[in-house]
Structure formats: structure tokens, C-alpha cells
Design a protein around this ligand. Sequence first.
Ligand SMILES: O=C(O)[C@H](O)COP(=O)(O)O
Length: 408
Amino acid sequence: MGDFYQNGIITTLHHLADRPIEEVEEELTRFGRKRPLALILPSLFSELEGPALSHIIDEISQVPYLSEIVIGLDRADEEQFRYARQFFSKLPQHHRILWNDGPRLRALDAELQALKLAPKEAGKGRNVWYCMGYILASGRAESVALHDCDVTTYSREMLARLIYPVANPQFNYEFCKGFYARVSDGKINGRVSRLLVTPLLRALKKVFGEIEYLQFLDSFRYPLAGEFSFRRDVLTDIRIPSDWGLEIGVLSEMHRNYANNRLCQVDIADQYDHKHQDLSLDDMEAGLSKMSIDITKSLFRKLATQGYTFNTETFRSVKATYYRIALDFVETYHNDAVMNGLQLDIHAEEMAVEMFSRNIISAGEQFLSNPMETPFIPSWSRVSSAMPDVFDRLIEAVELDHQEFMAE
Ligand SMILES: O=C(O)[C@H](O)COP(=O)(O)O
């Protein structure tokens, strides 16, 4: 539990008291009669074999208020899809699996590719995009939550708190982002969020001034959280990137499409842990290094759409400003850790900051050398205007896969 301070320019909903989960779920069940509720789970087949997802599914099976669960399954062959059908069959709620690598969805994807309307890159962005299309197509849900499948500290409370702000019919929120303390096993994690995103946003504010867009992003207490919820109409016009810029891309779209009072963030957990990726100090194409480049480019691109111009000198100033701010943050986090009896490896933190500084320059170079590069996937409204029966076809493909591979 924390304080009740409102930072930034969007509403923060805090964890101020413990409520029995049954009471909250009863309320959500009531809300669900007016606004049916759904959940999207973007997952990799490999996650079905780890401990996190089994526990997540055990928890979700006890949730009484969901009308639909949409599972986006990536990197699964036929046998693995069969296994997935079995794995998810313990969910008592209505659920469907999008077998993204199966022949039916691949065929639809190929047709969309031919029209230049499909995601160019495989990955979480593409998976989420198809799941969003499915929610629009099925029309079963009015409010939807989405979370990662590698959360090792998952609980039903987390989902209830995540979906509540868009489920309560008396609230006017279109979108809600989750936040939490990424602290576990005596360590402070969240390296990209803490050591790249926040100091970079502060640096960009110093270089470009207190732009509203930067204030908006800086209001989110965990901008990279993979947990968010939204009303269905948000999905029609949203353009999301297929790379690691996904989370920042979604926030940017919300900023473009809605007034700040329709957006909020919610404290969903006192502690949060997940699968950690490698920093990849020596490989810009992998791990947190690639993630930091994608995120930085997405920020540069967004500022460019607002009329700001960049050249090599700008990137040098951004990098130098960032570096100074980030080093101060390392000291701040270290002191926070020490006072709480947690560990923080200053050397590892500073190595991460050095890598992120280099990557700011590389992201800048890539941005200048390829200004036409856009990882954005078209909005579903554009896709359905180019292929009017796309929603029926998506539903049909998923239903046929569902029937053909019945869970034993
Ligand atoms: O949110 C983040 O900063 C990245 O996903 C990395 O997180 P981690 O340091 O907890 O692995």
C-alpha cells in the first residue's frame, strides 16, 4: 500500500485499503452484466511450459466475471497447438485460442500482407493486434484487460484491480495502465523503465522543453507495464507498433485520441516479478538492448510527428543530458534499496546506463538514416475498409481451428 498523491496529468488510482477479493469480484460480476468483460492473453508456446502461466491459469479459472478470454498463441506447431488446447481447457470461461502460426491464420495473414495491411514483424505487437481484431470481431466484450503471461507473482486481485477502472459503468475511463513495484527476491528490477525511460523522458524535457506529450508519458508510474485495460471502442482506430515500442506506442495513441480525464493508471500489485531478459550488452539486436533502441526510436518518431526536428547534434545533447540524469537515478535507487534492505549492483546499473547512452545515439542514427521506417500496424478500421469481411474470416478461421483440434 502506498500514499494517495496524484502525480502528473492523468488520474492515479491507488491501493489504499485491502478489500476481500470476493467482494470486488461480486461487484465486477454486476458490472459485467452491463459491460461484458474480457481478457486478452498474448502468449508464446514456450510460456506454456514454464511455471508462471500454469499458476496464472489456475488463478483465472476462479474468476467469475469474464465473458470471454482470447489467447494469442505464438510459435506453436500443430502438436503444440493440440497441447495448448488441452492446457487452456481447464478454463471454465468461454475462451478461444488464436493459433497465429496455424495454416488458417497464416493464410489470412498472407492475404493481408498482399494488401500491405498485415504486421511486418512477428512478435508481441502482432499477436496483440490479432487478438484485438478478434475482440472487435466477436463483439462479446465491452471492456477488456490484457496482461503478460510470464508474471510469476500473479493473483486474481491483480486482474480485478486492472479491469475495474474500465468495468465500473460510473467511471468514464477509456484506458487504464497498470503499475506496481517491480521488486522481488530482495532486488529492484525494471531496468529499462527505471534506467532508460524515466531519465530519457526527463532529458527530452530539458532539451525540448516541458512538452505536454512528454509530461503525459512521464505521468505513468510504470510506462512499460504489459498490463493495461480499455473499452472496446479504443481498438478501432489504434495504430500499434510491432516492435518493442508497443507499450509506449499504445500510450501515445491514447494521448492522441483521448482527453487526459478519460485515461488513468492503477496500482495493481505491491510486488511483481516476471521472466528477465538479458541486457545483451554486446548485441543491439537482442534482449534489453534491442528493447531500448526500439523504445528510443519510438519516442523520436513521436516527437517528429509533433513538429520537432532532430540532427546529430540533438542526439548528442539528448545522450549527454540523459547520461547525467541516469547516473543520479542510480544513486537514488541505490539509496532506496539500502534503506529497504534490498540489493542494487551499482556496477551493473552503470553498465546498463552506458549501454543505453550508446543506444540513444544508435537509435538517432537509425532514425536519421531511415526516416520512412514505420513499424506501425494499420488500424483495424483501415483493414476492415480494405477487406470488409475480415472480421467474419478471422472468426471463421479461429472456430475451424477450435473444432478441428478438439481438446481430448
Ligand atoms: O520493464 C522493464 O524495465 C523491462 O521489461 C526489464 O525488466 P526487468 O529488469 O525486470 O527484467
